[in-house]
Design a protein around this ligand. Sequence first.
Ligand code: PYC
Length: 314
Amino acid sequence: MQQIHVIDSHTGGEPTRVVIAGGPPLGNSSMAARLECMRSQHDHFRSAVVNEPRGSNALVGALLCEPADPSCSAGVIFFNNVGYLGMCGHGTIGLGATLAYLGRIAPGPHRIETPVGIITMELHSTGEVTVGNVASYRSAKNVTVNVDGIGRVTGDIAWGGNWFFLTNDLPCPLELRNLEMLTDYAWRIRQALADHGITGDNGGEIDHIDIFGPPHDPHAHSRNFVLCPGKEYDRSPCGTGTSAKVACLFADGKLTEGDIWRQESIIGTVFEASAVVRDGRIYPRVKGSAYISADANLILQNHDPFLWGIRELR
Ligand code: PYC
């Protein structure tokens, strides 16, 4: 029997499960190398933690690691129902709330190692967390793709720690009651991008689709629907997606340093974003709150036919 100590939280409705103890041995190299080790040798661990019957398709896992860089407070590898994420904004906010709950960090800024670079995570005395993300940028503007069963859809391709296709072309109002239609629409866009060989830089797969429309909250600037790689929607406004959006707004001259962008999610939760410019590069900052929902041990019994989770649900 194996035990895995986890802390569950949600950030604007989107769940995160931080693995505190019981993770696989991944060595002491960079987070990118450790992610590759986990992917190639311990992928069953990912599935056991986030997939049913212990998890759900919406759950994002965060394996807490000793950092390789001593200037960092922690390292982290994010994963989901189908694979791995370069970065995760809502997950980092969940990680901040988790480390605060455990009494492992005090309010103030902390450096965190991720597979795509070092980020900052500032814990505020209010319990809110601001993520200082990796440099984000738009790689292509106004890309039109022919989508099966839909027609032409136009959007931007941008990096916010993951690759995004961001579009204002709406198939219907951004309402939770339209979830099925939005999911189908976004999934078709994703497939069309792949079919037409449209990628991020260096062939990076565009595995997140971010659809924007008018907000409900009069204090927010926009509402979004984000489809994640495993065909599940983000309940939060998506930290890396909001970072990609901030990069696009900057590139269009619609946002400058110090401006605030309030991004509302499909369930009405809001992230507050801004950006810092350093050496000509845009570093988005995303602020939100997370709430602890469980402090538990996952049990893996050797005779359980679903010891490693139910894989390939999608
Ligand atoms: O907040 O960056 C994010 C995120 C990515 C996938 C789900 N949430």
